[in-house]
Write a protein that binds this ligand. Sequence first.
Ligand code: FES
Length: 123
Amino acid sequence: MDKPKLITVQVRRGDKNESKLVAYEVPVEAGQSVLGVLQYIYDHLDSSIGFTCSCRIGLCSSCLMRVNGKVVQSCTTLANGDMVIEPYKEDALVRDLVTELPPISQASLNNPKNINPFKDEEV
Ligand code: FES
């Protein structure tokens, strides 16, 4: 088993009015997801960090974030090195990495294939 690699993770913390990047040093193992990195920060370094997730298998998109400038599902994106993690959409920001998801219409609920949280984003 490989020894964990120490990476620097900068996370945008704050709200719509004021935010800043906060740096954390995190040991990362091969195959660890960005969401796993955030969970490590929450469990071991700073439990005040705000982020959301649900399914953890790439289905619900509740873990959308901008990683090094690209919008991704953090549960299915590997942590390959130093990174900057920001909310996926500034105007939907609640706190830290927590954002409002687009409303899901009744028509979409009747046909889940129509649910597309990426419709306004380049993924
Ligand atoms: S937690 Fe559901 S897609 Fe990432």
